[in-house]
Design a protein around this ligand. Structure first.
Ligand code: ATP
Length: 241
């Protein structure tokens, strides 16, 4: 079930100095969808998320979120408008406890009771975090840190969640668990999700629609089931011979 357009990229170009990383991206994410962005190393997936969440400014083109142009708007302002980004490599605070990491995630939430309620919701979603409430973030396993990173991003109760490679470096069991949670968030809370993944088969398994990115350009887009059947995608990203 997908609603109106929530996010739209119109001819977005992003650079790192002279490096032209995104070369005219056009994409939409509708309210209520899970959209997967797949592609090989260096295709520009991370750069796309950074450009959407305000960590990078597009040199050309528009990022429109809930009807407003946000290209160049600072990341904390965008966060305040209900968009949360779980960056690549998790980036939790290693010296803070699980609970403190969650509290930091809620720094824009001023009502203490709301913060407590969201922490409890995070613990309900990830019971393992509750068991480890006082453990230092840096001493948790990779999969646990990924759970913490997602739970922290949820502290602002986002309407749009950007997830960068949540499966990276995780054992198959953790990958399953993370993808189950992502699906559940979408189904039960209606959270809209833009998911970047190297693990294309898992991502296409839970997504409604997908975009295939190659050297900064969209090569293919459509319903996830169609993309998963596409021969070129199967060869390049799904390990088919
Ligand atoms: P991966 O799956 O390997 O993480 P990706 O699809 O997320 O790749 P990006 O990280 O967005 O790709 O990189 C897109 C392009 O921009 C690549 O050519 C990369 O080398 C370049 N790039 C990324 N970060 C920087 C940076 N900080 N400085 C210069 N170039 C960068």
């Amino acid at each position: 079930a997908s609603g109106p357009v929530m996010l739209e990229l119109r001819d977005v170009h992003t650079y790192y100095g002279q490096i032209h990383a995104l070369k005219g991206l056009n994409m939409t994410v509708n309210q209520g969808e899970i959209v997967a962005l797949i592609g090989g190393n260096g295709a520009g997936k991370t750069t796309t998320l950074r450009t959407i969440s305000g960590m990078m400014k597009p040199k050309h083109g528009q990022v429109v979120y809930e009807g407003q142009s946000i290209g160049g708007v600072p990341a904390h302002t965008i966060l305040g408008r209900g968009m949360s980004h779980v960056p690549e490599g998790r980036r939790i605070f290693p010296q803070l406890s699980v609970r403190e990491n969650l509290e930091v995630g809620a720094y824009t939430v001023t009502d203490r009771a709301v913060v407590e309620q969201r922490i409890e919701e995070g613990f309900a979603l990830f019971p393992r975090l509750k068991e480890r409430e006082t453990q230092l973030g840096g001493t948790m396993s990779g999969g646990e840190q990924q759970m913490l990173a997602i739970a922290r991003a949820l502290m602002v109760n986002p309407r749009l969640l950007l997830l960068d490679e949540p499966s990276m470096g995780l054992s198959p069991l953790f990958v399953e668990a993370i993808f189950d949670i992502v699906e559940k968030l979408n189904r039960e809370r209606g959270t809209t999700i833009l998911l970047v993944e190297q693990n294309a088969s898992m991502a296409l398994g839970i997504a409604h629609r997908a975009y295939v990115l190659q050297t900064g350009e969209i090569r293919l887009s459509g319903p996830a089931a169609d993309i998963a059947r596409d021969e070129s995608v199967r060869k390049a990203y799904l390990g088919d011979e």
